[in-house]
Design a protein around this ligand. Sequence first.
Ligand code: FAD
Ligand code: NAD
Length: 522
Amino acid sequence: MLNVPPQAFPGPSSQQRAAAGGRGKVPLKPGRSLMDWIRLTKSGKDLTGLKGRLMEVTEDELAKHNKKEDCWICIRGFVYNVTPYMEYHPGGEDELMKAAGTDGTDLFDQVHRWVNYESMLKECLVGRMSAKPIAAPKEISTLSEEKKQLNGMVPEKKAQAASAKDLIPSYDWFQTDSLITIVIYTKQKGMNAELVIADCQDKRLRGEIIMDDHSYLVEVDLDHPVQEDMAVNIAEKVGKVEITLKKKDNIHWKMLGQPLESHNTFKKCTDRGLFYRKCKLVSKTEVTHDTKLFCLMLPKSTHLHVPKGRHVYLKQIIAGTEIVKPYTPVLPFLPLNFKEPSHHEGACIYLMIKIYSCGLFTQALDHLQIGDYISVSNPEGNFKKTQIQTSEDVFLLAAGTGFTPMVKLLDFALSEVSCLRTLKLIFFNKTEDDILWRNQLEELALKDKRFEVQFILSQPTKDWLGKQGKISSSLLSEFVKRSKKDSKVLICICGPTPFTEQGVQYLKDLGYSQEEIHAFTA
Ligand code: FAD
Ligand code: NAD
């Protein structure tokens, strides 16, 4: 069993109480932590008030339960009595009450669709909606209608379909004695490795193509077993993606396999559930007294490159409940040698994680042994590479582990943004010992004249000669300055929620526009 601290947490003064996952606003009362909730759900108490019965819920019935002391919410067609959960909700009762007596699916998806509510709220399940589920996932297109068997032929009907559909990808497949190749025609130029996510687990193949905020999915239960290896080739100019698998037995396949539920669909990314694969912990190295660099190896049959500025979710079962938390992949080290191609992230994902002494998830993470496995999701987030590509002055405001998204941005800006004139990292920490990769940052600043780093401590010792304080308007006006009157600026900010919110406000007060600021949040 994983080590779960017995005391109530987050601690009363902890920032995490006020902002679980970087979102919530309301401090939780003592004894109302996630772990306390898990304990309550395991206590055998009747949390729905229905004595174990499940019922069909009409819209009228749902609407009646719209008070704090009697609150039902529908998520994806299932109704939960969230009354007992009110005080445990990190976002506060008011947030939960916004969906009281109604379908909260959209609200839930906007705020934290990554939270495994099925597991968290399983003891609160009242039943299903009797009418068809409200706000069922909006499918833009299900292309797999008449495909009982995947023979790779695009039905004629589809070839004649409306022009919008002509932009939707299609797929085909072919085989040699030893290989199976699935070809996806994305009909879009500029495909790259970050836009293709492919996994083959046992006989299940899942190939996803990301196209702006939409995704095309090939998902098949293969006809025959394949080997663990997978190769992905991308013809960028013609937008063709090839996923090649090695047959286990050199026999002729009559078909590719059986289509799975989401096969051959084109949907908004937010309408797809998170997909996880198990990754092996291959190393765990100390970065500071409380922060470690975890190296997770992807399976050989996974193709996944986490784009800069995006995070993944890690999932662990803690005390019998699935817990999910977001983390932002970094590089194994800073870009101290620009001559090397930036290929750092191949088969491994590096995560720099602060271990909190009372942290539910990070304590369990810290107890993972080399060789253990942990589930890692597909990437999420809304940072777009184009935001930084044309910037002349880039400012990175990071607090604590809010440094993590800045690592790949630093690398990208210095190695690939040709118009870059200045890159400044303003790094807020409590003490000197908390500064992540201080030596590397200082070395980088010596190496590249465009890069400058400024450390600002909120709890320095007497010996600290550098800047002190927390984020403020005066600190920002001192450090964030355009190198030319009209230079194109990007300011990225990440850290504890109050830090990020205050920072954004100060920057706006200083005259920076919304487009010039990117705040990293959940
Ligand atoms: P919890 O059980 O939630 O908190 C328990 C205790 O931990 C608290 O009482 C408190 O003592 C302490 N604590 C937790 N968080 C804080 C805090 N922010 N400030 C002060 N005390 C705190 N974290 C990383 O380390 N690396 C990352 O790359 C990273 N990426 C993230 C990306 C996103 C998009 C978001 C929203 C968050 C990210 N986080 C990252 C934070 C991470 O998701 C967890 O919130 C964090 O690891 C704490 O989880 P926990 O379950 O251990 O702590
Ligand atoms: P910390 O508690 O060690 O604080 C670091 C610095 O942040 C402090 O020195 C101070 O300058 C500033 N700070 C802290 N609380 C503040 C407040 N209330 N108001 C103004 N400034 C404040 O930080 P940590 O424990 O490393 O936490 C890092 C935070 O960054 C976590 O909350 C984590 O969730 C968040 N994070 C978010 C993302 C993301 O959204 N993409 C990525 C990584 C980390």
